[in-house]
Structures are given as C-alpha cells and as structure tokens.
Design a protein around this ligand. Structure first.
Ligand code: FE2
Length: 457
C-alpha cells in the first residue's frame, strides 16, 4: 500500500499516525491521578513513570544517531528508559519510587524529544530516498515507532486495568451485555492450504517475525464458532476445573508437563484475573468498576487456563495455522485480507460494523455482537473483542532475520515459553489487524485481553 502513495502523502500519513499514537498514550497516562504515577499495578512490570519516559526514549534511541545524526542531550535517561521488562518465572523488580526521576524531569525529557524529532524528521522525510545507516528506509523506522507506541497503548491499558479504581480518574462506559442468546456450535474446516507471513520485498510494513511468507497445509478440523464465554468458563470452574490436575498437563512429557499445574498451585490461581467472588456472586472487573459477571462476554485467561478448559471440554487450542485458515481461507480456496472480506479498515468503511477494536471501547462485548465480521467459513469474532491463544510456540518463520535496529524485538522471546496470539482486542489499533501480525505472551500471564476458542481434530 505504501508504495502506491506519493511521497508527500506518505510523509503526511506517517507523521500524522505518530501524532495520533502519541495522543493515544498521552490520554492513557492522563487517566492516572497525578499522585499515582509511581505505582506498579502489575508486579512483573515497571512503575507507570517508566513508560512515560520509555515511549520517547525508544523513538529517540531509534532515530537519533542512525537516521538523524544527532547528539544525545540526556544519555542517562536514554539508558534508564530504554527497555521494558518481562520476567519469566520469578525475578520481580524491587526498585522503589524514589529510584526514579521526578515527573517534571521526565516530562521535560519527553517534550524536548518530541520537539527535536518533529522538526528533524519532517525535514529528513522530504528526501524520498531517505534511509538510515542500516540501509532501511526512514519510513520503515517511522512505522516501527508508530506500532511500538500503539502496542504500548494496549499493554498500558492492561496495566492500568489493574490499578485500583480510586487511583484513576473515573469515566462512564456504556457496557454491551444484551445481544441474542449465544448459540454455540462447531464449524468444520476442510483440509487445505493457508499462507502465513509476509513476502519479503513487498510494499507493506511488517515486523521481523512476520517474514517470510510460506504455505502450510492444514488437515481438516472443527473450530468453535464463537470465543469461549464467561458462562462456559463458569461450567469448567463448577466442574472442579481448577482442582483437577489432569486438566493442567498433557501427561506425555512434551507439554511443560506439570509446569502449568505447579504455577496455578503456587500462585493460588482459582479463577480468571478479571473475576472476583463476592458471596455467591461473581463480579467482573472492568477498567473503572466492578459489574455482575457478563455471561456472554469472552473469558480472558492465561494460556495455561485456556488449555485446561480445552482438555476438560475434550478439545484443544488451535495451532496458529488452524486459526489462520479458519479466519482467512475460503471454501473456494482463496484467502481474504480480513475475515469478513476485502473491505479495509479505513475512513470509508465504518470499522465498527465488523468488530470491537481500534480503541472504540474499554470493555468486551458479547461474543456474537458483530455477525458481519464472520469469516468465509462462518467463524465469528476473529478480529477484535480479545486476542485468541493458539497452541503454537512463538518461533521464527523460515527466513527470519531480526531488524538490525531492534534485534531483540522478537528474538528475545524465541524461548519456548511464549505462545502466539492472533486476532486483536478492543485496545488494538486498526493498523495491527493485518493478516500477518503476530502477538505473543508467556503462558502464565493473566492480565491481558486474551481469550480463546477450541478445536477438535
Ligand atoms: Fe517498548
């Protein structure tokens, strides 16, 4: 798509996208009461103040030397705010609020970087062949900056979700809980081919892990038409799902064996992280309040919990290729750009007809809210309203090469402990709803907007 646009459109488009992405993250930080910016809502993550500095330090470290040839003005902050954290199996951060700089100092750092980048990038982008010292087009780096920030707009929402309500500025949100009753059924997907990945040398932007394009032949399977709902997950809990070890291990020594059961027992996990028991009632924690559990919303759980449910149901999680085929393949043998067809998500097409994404809401909606978004096979709600776990380990496609300017983006997570998620949530930006985008998380992380559906083979 990018190559068909004129240079000026491209510059305008990308700089506008960066401005919009900044607006998204600024709005999120503005949700937090000023006296709460040094809180750490999730113990595996940094304090909120880190992320205010990080989003700017990332852009600055990306462009400063390699694209713009500028000198650092605050190297200490450039390092302090360079990298987030994702500890696997312990090693939680122990820093104190007083270890971090003042809000005023961080805000000053942010302002200064934005002002320099806005001035210099506009100038540099006027050269249509502008590239970096790595030989990458400047436009690629700008896409990296935009999508990095938009991904944080989503993961920051996860984090602020766990911040106590009284530390956030209250907002009212109209919740959707009433749609026709959900009828659950399985949809048969015949054996056939599906494309994973992006062809190198194409026009559209993709992250390193999206390359390269290749075809996978997928045997026939059946997949749930809808994501698993809170109502269905309650049945698993009522059946003693969290107390039955057999559901938490494959028992064949291949699948982490007892790691999931040990994690669940050690952490005392007995229900989804977004749920809370009050007397005989289950409550759901939205961003701003507790509400009675909306039964037809998708359940959001860790991959370990999703797999336990699937075993209880006598089913499995889909592989990445199965999910891709259910979403994008057609009975005629071709593939669609989006599950619902070729209609792109743009100004001309009201995206809200097809699913819940692009920051339109904070909370989920019932799993059958958007029938127009169904795939060619009739599978419902595959983009938006919550990512979906697959059983596929996050690993490189054949021909993978890390971006030299961000070597660890994917490669740091090829460790057998992270798994591919597909789809998108209410807080996923429209530009990342492309067919090849791959998200991933560790199997025991509960605080993400991620559900699942099951398959039978
Ligand atoms: Fe980051």
């Amino acid at each position: 798509m990018l190559a068909t646009q004129s240079c000026s459109t491209l510059i305008h488009d990308l700089t506008e996208q960066l401005a919009n992405a900044r607006h998204q993250t600024d709005t999120l930080f503005d949700l937090v009461k000023p006296d709460s910016l040094y809180e750490r809502p999730i113990s595996e993550r940094h304090r909120i103040i880190f992320y205010i500095g990080h989003l700017e330090a990332f852009d600055w470290n990306l462009f400063r030397e390699r694209a713009l040839g500028l000198k650092a003005f605050h190297p200490e902050f450039d390092r302090l705010f360079a990298f987030g954290i994702d500890p696997v199996g312990g090693g939680l951060p122990t820093d104190r609020p007083s270890d971090w700089p003042s809000i005023a100092a961080v805000q000053d750092y942010v302002r200064r970087i934005r002002s320099v980048l806005d001035e210099k990038l506009t100038g540099a982008l006027l050269d249509s062949n502008a590239s970096t010292s790595d030989g990458f087009p400047l436009a690629t780096l700008l896409n990296v900056a935009v999508e990095h920030r938009l991904m944080h707009a989503e993961t920051l929402a996860y984090m602020l979700h766990q911040l106590p309500f009284d530390r956030k500025k209250p907002q009212t949100e109209l919740l959707s809980v009433n749609t026709p009753a959900v009828v659950h059924r399985s949809i048969e997907i015949p054996a056939g081919a599906v494309t994973l990945g992006l062809p190198r040398g194409g026009d559209s932007f993709g992250w390193d892990n999206e390359y390269e394009a290749h075809t996978v032949n997928v045997p026939a399977f059946a997949i749930d038409q809808h994501k698993v709902t809170n109502r269905q997950y309650l049945e698993f809990i009522a059946a003693g799902g969290y107390e039955t070890a057999a559901f938490w291990s494959d028992g064949d020594n291949r699948d982490n064996n007892n790691e999931d059961w040990n994690w669940k027992s050690r952490q005392g996990v007995s229900h989804p992280a977004f749920w809370k028991r009050q007397g005989q009632q289950w409550l759901y924690r939205t961003m701003f309040e507790y509400v009675p559990l909306p039964l037809d919303w998708p359940v959001y759980v860790s991959q370990a919990e999703a797999k336990a449910y699937a075993r209880w149901a006598g089913k499995s999680l889909p592989t990445e290729a199965e999910w891709q085929r259910a979403a994008y393949a057609t009975p005629q043998g071709d593939e669609r750009p989006y599950p619902w067809g070729a209609k792109a998500l743009g100004a001309a097409e009201p995206a809200e007809h097809f699913g819940s994404f692009n920051f339109a809401r904070w909370s989920p909606v019932p799993v059958n809210e958007f029938p127009l978004g169904q795939s060619a096979f009739g599978v419902d709600g595959m983009l938006g309203n919550g990512w979906e776990w697959t059983s596929t380990e996050f690993a490189p496609f054949p021909g993978f090469e890390p971006f030299p300017f961000y070597r660890g983006y994917s490669a740091d997570f090829f460790d057998g402990k992270h798994f591919v998620m597909k789809g998108g949530s209410a807080r996923t930006a429209a530009c990342m709803l492309r067919r090849t985008f791959r998200n991933w998380f560790q199997a025991h992380y509960q605080f993400i907007y991620t559900g699942f559906r099951c398959v039978s083979r």
